[in-house]
Design a protein around this ligand. Structure first.
Ligand SMILES: NC(=O)c1ccc[n+]([C@@H]2O[C@H](COP(=O)([O-])OP(=O)(O)OC[C@H]3O[C@@H](n4cnc5c(N)ncnc54)[C@H](O)[C@@H]3O)[C@@H](O)[C@H]2O)c1
Length: 178
């Protein structure tokens, strides 16, 4: 089984669901988890449970100022960042014809913009740390099932496209790190 002793992992949306499960798994493998969520009370409970020197952060990852504060806080507290899990996201079940511009913008801000700017904030820190590129990780969690749901098809195609764009950006991040 792989070990992540003394690695520092940011997990967004770690207050519940898949983010909380990812934070637990990373801590079990030895990582210190910087668990971030818009809901601080929930993420604090997760951190109290997983221990291992992990820490809870309040951050709305759809806001670039809060992203930068989060990343600065993690560097101040831990000194380095080895793993970024871009997990925070929303998946509202809105019928396509009833969705509004505000819905689209909110989904895009939380699900796509957050991933893009988190990578932009973390990438220079990983590069400065040096070491081998394959030992640094950026992981994106997207909602592919959304994409397949016919009722939501067009809006989901939009989101899927955004997530794909972010993944291409991850390629740029890898290039920047090497
Ligand atoms: N659950 C699934 O079946 C499934 C399948 C595929 C992909 N996904 C994706 O995985 C991710 C997690 O899914 P989940 O089911 O655990 O979701 P969830 O709704 O249970 O948890 C999402 C977490 O993100 C947090 N969050 C929401 N907006 C935020 C913001 N602006 N800033 C910071 N934190 C924020 C919430 O407070 C919550 O703790 C999402 O991106 C989702 O689209 C989920």
């Amino acid at each position: 089984m792989f070990r992540l002793d003394n690695k520092v992992a940011i997990v967004t949306g770690a207050g519940r669901g898949l983010g909380a499960a990812t934070a637990r798994m990373l801590a079990r493998q030895g990582a210190h988890v910087a668990a971030a969520d818009i809901n601080f009370d929930e993420v604090e409970k997760v951190v109290a449970e997983i221990g291992n020197g992990s820490k809870a952060y309040a951050a709305d990852v759809s806001n670039v100022t809060e992203i930068n504060s989060l990343v600065e806080g993690v560097v101040r507290d831990f000194g380095h960042i080895d793993i970024l899990v871009n997990n925070a996201g929303i998946c509202p079940r809105l019928p396509f014809m009833e969705s509004t511009e505000a819905d689209w913008e909110k989904i895009t801000r939380i699900n796509a913009k957050s991933q893009y700017f988190l990578m932009q904030a973390v990438c220079p820190i990983m590069k400065k740390q040096g070491g081998r590129t394959h030992r640094k990780r950026v992981i994106h969690r997207g909602a592919h099932r959304w994409f397949r749901q016919r009722q939501h098809l067009q809006r989901n195609q939009g989101r899927h496209h955004h997530v794909q764009q972010v993944r291409r950006t991850r390629g740029s991040c890898r290039w920047h790190l090497s």
